[in-house]
Write a new protein. Structure first.
Length: 334
């Protein structure tokens, strides 16, 4: 049995990244391979593997995992992003480790953010140069890599991992309990409490006026920001709140809802892949990009805080019949 090492952002209490890792492990198993993970401090809740940190012990553990793997796959999610110093470098360095140990490696389900410096461009080109394949999640990610000189023929758009069609998945038959499942959590470094509060008030006014049944779900933690207070209007009218440490429970809540409103990308993608009508709130361009790719509605932050725009969007979603927005996964390379 082949042994695959998935290197990504699972294990940092982020539902989207944890679900990506779970889906990748299912994909590997369907291809007859075992898998291990490299990720954050809470990785154990997602699957077996080694925690990635700056310590010498951690780095040695990662090198051992690479040495024992038959394939090293880096992704999915927005791993190539230089908005934070050093965010992407552990992933590009692992690509170089795999190359040095003569292990086949590839990038899979990858999101590529705006490339802000020539050093970033050079690092990306170097890491991708010897990859067996590069699969990105959207056309914009492909364009960004092509623009810095990565050969277009080496890049394939395969969609986000969360939207991959699962071979063992049947049509959802969950009883509908909620009208809406809602997420309004941004990333910490892009958080705007005033904007979030305005959107929360707008949604809450619609919910209360029409006596809608609402479930809130978090895609990541609520640390070091003011969004908890900003979301108070929704806390007061929600029936249930699901924490970010429970990826499977978030899936279940969405499956029991008629429609989804989500600021975070993977909340949108989960809803769309389950055949739920989605209203995405585009705090980041990637939400609008995936909305265009998969066919769900996207509002910008100003539109979402305007009840005259938001209310019709909600009721169009509640009245819509959506099919599952899924893409075929790429073939396993082993």
């Amino acid at each position: 049995m082949k042994r695959v090492l998935f290197v990504g952002a699972a294990g940092w209490s982020n539902v989207g990244d944890d679900l990506i890792a779970l889906r990748l492990r299912e994909w590997a198993a369907a291809g007859g391979a075992s898998s291990r993970l490299v990720g954050g401090p809470d990785l154990e809740a997602v699957g077996p593997g080694v925690v990635l940190s700056g310590s010498i012990r951690s780095r040695a553990g990662v090198i051992r995992e690479v040495a024992h793997a038959d394939w090293v796959l880096i992704g999915g999610g927005g791993l190539l992003d230089d908005r934070r110093p050093h965010f992407y470098r552990p992933f590009t360095r692992i690509a170089h480790v795999a190359c040095s140990l003569q292990k086949p490696y590839g990038f899979i389900g990858l999101g590529v953010g705006p490339i802000r410096s020539s050093r970033t461009a050079r690092d990306y080109r170097s890491a991708l140069a010897h990859a067996s394949f590069t699969h990105v999640r959207d056309d914009e990610s492909k364009k960004r890599l092509v623009d810095i000189g990565v050969p277009e023929s080496s890049i394939e758009v395969s969609g986000d991992v969360v939207t991959w069609n699962r071979l063992d998945e049947t049509e959802d038959s969950q009883d509908i309990e909620f009208d809406l499942s809602i997420n309004l959590r941004q990333w910490e470094y892009s958080s705007s409490p005033d904007a979030v509060a305005g959107i929360a008030r707008s949604i809450a006014s619609v919910v209360k006026s029409h006596k809608l049944r609402v479930a809130l779900f978090a895609m990541s933690g609520m640390r070091d920001d003011d969004d908890r207070e900003a979301l108070r209007p929704l806390f007061d009218c929600a029936h249930i709140i699901v924490g970010p440490e429970r990826a499977r429970e978030v899936e279940e809540i969405i499956s029991r809802s008629r429609a989804v409103i989500s600021m975070r990308l993977h909340g949108c993608l989960l809803g769309a892949s389950m055949g739920r009508p989605v209203v995405g709130i585009a705090y980041d361009p990637k939400v609008a990009q995936q909305a265009a790719r998969l066919g769900f509605r996207s509002l910008d932050m100003a539109e979402a805080s305007d009840r005259t725009i938001l209310e019709p969007a909600i009721f169009r979603a509640l009245g819509a019949v959506a099919s599952r927005a899924v893409t075929d996964p790429p073939p396993t390379p082993w």
